[in-house]
Ligand binder design. Structure first.
Ligand SMILES: [Zn+2]
Length: 320
């Protein structure tokens, strides 16, 4: 993945940030792998405020398609935390696992179009494959057929540069064939790969704008590629700097980030706004949740995060 300075070229897939015709539909899509931690809170706050600033809708979708990684009760914990922090989502919460039929239909379309194929390679088979920033670059071993009885499905990629203009991170470019190779859309264990599920669900929900962490930015070109193959519109993308602890590690369960504080949502919401570069007046800490959101609706400015890739998180916001 590389940044680029602009203009479009022939032989390049460039997704335009068209003038907005559809009403803004944003979303927050947590995975139930643990409670809502401060890093995910920042994403929720930013995506919610962006949606509200555009008088748009903000959808809440639980991405529960990877049961082995999920934690029992985590969905409920996340929803409880979001309610306590005063988030208001539009419509009912959706669960990604409920759209399995739509995922399978999209996979069938890709198979029928000759764009997807079975890959029987095991991890060991790929041990010598070249590696890039995204992991193994699939060498195309099974492109011409596989006789394996257990297989994943991969999507054929091209070496056309895929370019998109990120709201915060600027123009990004990736060539899939050389940087990721043909990638998996259906896992060997039968589970739907994230890349496919997120594309299908954003399309079904008519999401126009994706605001999420920068750790997902390098998967965006693969998602744009799937959108192209499936004939879907490409949403606008905004990749937020990722919350890091004082060692510079991304906040995550594995790096000791516990759930957000449920005893003091007011104080923590103000900390989140500060971490996102906003300047809430100190007295806001002692206000109620509705007043904090009111201030945020009026003052929200995402531009202060332009070109930033990391947000150091205040110690008091990290609960072990
Ligand atoms: Zn293979």
């Amino acid at each position: 993945m590389s940044s680029r300075n602009g203009s479009s070229e022939i032989g390049t897939i460039v997704t335009a940030n068209a003038t907005r015709s559809a009403p803004y539909i944003g979303r927050f899509a947590p995975s139930p792998t643990g409670p809502l931690h401060f890093g995910s809170l920042l994403t929720a706050v930013a995506s919610f405020l962006e949606a509200r600033r555009h008088d748009g809708q903000w959808l809440l979708r639980v991405e529960d398609i990877d049961p082995p990684r999920e934690q029992p009760g985590a969905s409920d914990e996340i929803l409880t935390a979001l309610e306590l922090y005063g988030f208001e989502w539009d419509g009912a919460v959706t669960f990604q696992s409920a759209s399995r039929t739509a995922h399978d239909e999209a996979i069938q379309l890709l198979l029928d179009a000759g764009k997807a194929y079975p890959c029987g390679c095991s991890r060991r088979d790929l041990a010598d494959a070249p590696r890039g920033a995204l992991g193994i670059i699939y060498p195309g071993t099974c492109r011409d057929g596989s006789s394996a009885s257990e297989f994943a499905l991969r999507i054929q990629t091209d070496d056309i540069p895929i370019v998109f203009d990120d709201l915060l991170q600027g123009c990004q470019e990736q060539s899939l064939q050389s940087e990721s190779g043909d990638f998996v859309i259906l896992r060997r264990d039968g589970l739907i790969a994230y890349q496919l599920a997120v594309v299908v669900d954003d399309h079904l929900q008519e999401v126009t704008d994706v605001v999420r962490g920068i750790d997902l930015m390098d998967s965006t070109p693969r998602q744009i590629w799937l959108q192209q193959l499936l004939g879907y519109a490409t949403p606008g993308y905004c990749h937020l700097p990722v919350a890091v602890n004082k060692l510079g590690q991304k906040l995550s369960k594995s790096h000791g980030a516990g759930g957000v504080d449920l005893q003091n949502p007011e104080g923590n919401l103000v900390l989140a706004l500060q971490a996102l570069g906003q300047r809430p007046p100190p007295a806001l800490t002692w206000s109620g949740i509705p007043d904090i959101w009111q201030w945020a609706f009026e003052s929200w400015d995402i531009a202060v995060l332009e070109q930033k890739t990391k947000i150091p998180v205040p110690v008091q916001a990290i609960k072990p």
